[in-house]
Design a protein around this ligand. Structure first.
Ligand code: SF4
Length: 433
């Protein structure tokens, strides 16, 4: 989401005449787009501003803007604590960044803009030309969250659920495809809660997937991040009939213990979660899954932890994110007693070993086989390219004859845990094409 926002912030800044520079000391303006999901995010921002101060010690001070969820959470406190910061702007009001920059240039007045103004944000953004032209492009369809998991800061920093108008999204998808995107990743904090109504018609994530499936030059569709409670039947059915929807689903479970899931206020249990996996596998047994895990949630016992290991073994996730519980100020879980750090560290280490093993075993299955890879870009060095399989696995391969945006057959020769390595051999169908 922050990558999408950063691109759009750049589009807005370009619109008033700014360009990117790789030479730090040449910049007139810095935007630090921040994430508040992990601990110490706020301190990291102040450290980064400290580094800027040092770099500009002997030259004209640049404008310093803090955007994103740390800006939202800390608000004008940031300007008070660090006067080197000029503008603080939240994730639902960054569409005003152009006006704020121009205003600051004229009057040098500091500004804190952290209202939830999400409708106006997307109305403004749709008028600003999109500069990104990536083969795999992000497209935000939904923001905010009404689920209120007890550990999570998102409902407070991104605000309540908001779904963008259906047509606005399809228009943006067409712009991205016309600019060269072959894959679109639909984004939302709770992407499958997408729900938009107009003229007595209801649109859900499944409606978007089906509509995108009809865009001629688009080859792949993905979406992230989903909540198990919103994996509705119509969405699951998309795996039957939307051939561009990729057979890979990131579906966070957080814990394999029903007791912990309840304490987390996740609104689902393990049975509910496994039932979804089963339904999807019935449609296509080859679909792969990844997940998120929080280790050491307050009061987690060895039994709870072993249940989490158990669910990993049951599903066989191919690629997951796992972290030690991090108390986020203002959330209900923030004041609970924390488990011993040493125990949490050991549990995380062992859990990651199990996850890594599944990831490696999954990658090994590709060796000596051909895999369809969407070429994303050429790498430095001779005829080396980067792309991804249908299941999101990264592939680095040699080719004498391929271009970004093509889907090519790559023979996989080796792998490590994170990557597949291979050679592109031109197949008869590619030759004919
Ligand atoms: S559903 Fe996701 S974004 Fe919403 S509160 Fe829970 S973890 Fe946070």
């Amino acid at each position: 989401m922050n990558e999408y926002d950063s691109n759009r912030i750049y589009d807005l800044a370009s619109n008033i005449g700014f360009n990117k520079t790789d030479i730090k000391t040449e910049a007139d303006c810095f935007v630090l787009n921040t994430c508040h999901i992990r601990e110490k995010a706020t301190e990291k921002v102040y450290h980064e501003v400290g580094r800027l101060k040092k770099s500009f010690k002997n030259s004209k001070k640049p404008m310093v803007i803090i955007s994103g969820c740390v800006a939202q959470a800390e608000s004008e406190e940031m300007i008070k604590r660090e006067p080197y910061i000029d503008i603080v702007i939240g994730p639902q009001s960054y569409h005003k960044i152009g006006d704020l920059i121009l205003n600051y240039q004229r009057k040098k007045s500091k500004f804190n803009e952290t209202n939830f103004d999400v409708i106006n944000k997307f109305d403004t953004l749709k008028k600003i030309p999109i500069l990104q032209n990536k083969i795999s492009s992000y497209l935000t369809i939904q923001e905010g969250c009404d689920k209120f998991c007890n550990f999570c800061v998102v409902p407070y920093t991104r605000g309540p659920e908001y779904s963008r108008p259906f047509k606005q999204i399809i228009d943006e998808a067409n712009i991205l495809v016309n600019k060269g995107a072959k894959e679109i990743i639909l984004l939302g904090q709770n992407v499958n809660a997408y729900n938009f109504s107009e003229n007595n018609k209801k649109y859900k994530l499944s409606s978007l997937i089906r509509e995108l499936n009809n865009i001629k030059n688009l080859k792949r569709i993905r979406y992230t991040t989903s909540h198990p409670k919103d994996m509705s039947e119509d969405l699951i059915d998309c795996y039957k009939d939307s051939e561009k929807l990729m057979p890979f689903l990131h579906l966070p479970i957080q814990s394999g213990s029903d007791r912990i899931l309840k304490l987390m206020n996740r609104k689902h249990d393990t049975k509910y979660y496994l039932n979804i996996i089963e339904k999807i596998k019935k449609i296509n047994v080859n679909i792969k899954f990844s997940s998120d895990f929080i280790i050491g949630y307050p009061s987690e016992t060895e039994k709870d932890y072993q249940n989490t290991i158990g669910i990993i073994k049951k599903v066989g996730f191919v690629n997951s994110y796992s972290f030690i519980f991090s108390p986020r100020p203002g959330t209900p879980a923030a004041n609970k007693d924390i488990n011993k750090l040493e125990t949490n560290k050991l549990r995380l280490k062992n859990l990651q070993k199990v996850l890594e093993n599944y990831q490696l075993e999954n990658n090994k299955k590709y060796i000596s086989k051909f895999s369809e890879v969407l070429v994303e870009n050429k790498l430095d060095g001779q005829n080396q390219y980067f792309g991804r399989t249908k299941f999101m696995e990264p592939v680095i391969f040699q080719s004498n004859d391929c271009e970004s945006g093509q889907i090519v057959n790559v023979k996989i020769n080796s792998c490590n845990r994170n990557n597949l390595f291979g050679v592109h051999k031109i197949s008869n169908s590619e030759r004919a094409a």
